[in-house]
Design a protein around this ligand. Sequence first.
Ligand SMILES: C[S@@+](CC[C@H](N)C(=O)[O-])C[C@H]1O[C@@H](n2cnc3c(N)ncnc32)[C@H](O)[C@@H]1O
Length: 243
Amino acid sequence: VTVYLVGAGPGDPQLLTLRAARLLAHADVVVHDALVSPAILELARPDAEMIDVGKRAGRSSTQPLINALLVELGHTHACVVRLKGGDPLVFGRGGEESVALTDAGIDHEIIPGISSAFAAPAAAGIPVTHRGISGAVTVITGHRQPGEADIDWHALARVGGTIVVLMGVERRASIAEALMSGGLPADTPVAAIERATTSTQSVVRTTLAILGAQHIATPAVLIIGAVAALNLTAPELHSLVTQ
Ligand SMILES: C[S@@+](CC[C@H](N)C(=O)[O-])C[C@H]1O[C@@H](n2cnc3c(N)ncnc32)[C@H](O)[C@@H]1O
């Protein structure tokens, strides 16, 4: 194997897997996104080449260019780590990179990471499933590519359980609108977990009715459903979930 598609977890370096930390310490070159924290990048070998392909780097790296870079590095280096926030295959475009590497005949391996989809609610004391309250959880992106068909939000409103939205901050007003017109009550609890698992984590608690009017900083994960009113780290709420 020459290229490893590695999940960096949600932010806190302690939530990196042992395998990810060991590969970082070993790699000749690390290709990473903007969301990966400096504390995690510090775990790389001191002489490793670090390449930031994050959109925020101002280089506007497009996915085909990143794919081509990984193929090139796979040919020229013994150990390449492609480091991505959360899990590489959860809205991380790791699948596209894996296909490009396979097409080029380059051995690679996928190292799972803890996704923000589940780490963010857990870090805020919100159980995405809880017996008697939520028996399903749907993870969805709020972002749409131009020309891409929109999610069937009305169908989603009928599924029940918890809805976890990644990349949903920008379109939060229209997402809330669509879920309410699909039948979810206006007072459905919503929690937005900003910068989850980092030292600046912050949680905004609201409802679908006023989600659009709330200021929410990115990156954030939106949790929609009855569980979003819970906080297992606040003892006064324990009676609610043990009834
Ligand atoms: C392109 S997706 C990548 C998701 C990633 N592969 C994962 O499994 O977490 C980026 C989105 O993940 C969410 N996200 C990632 N890290 C986060 C964090 N520390 N706190 C809150 N949201 C986060 C946000 O919704 C952000 O818009």
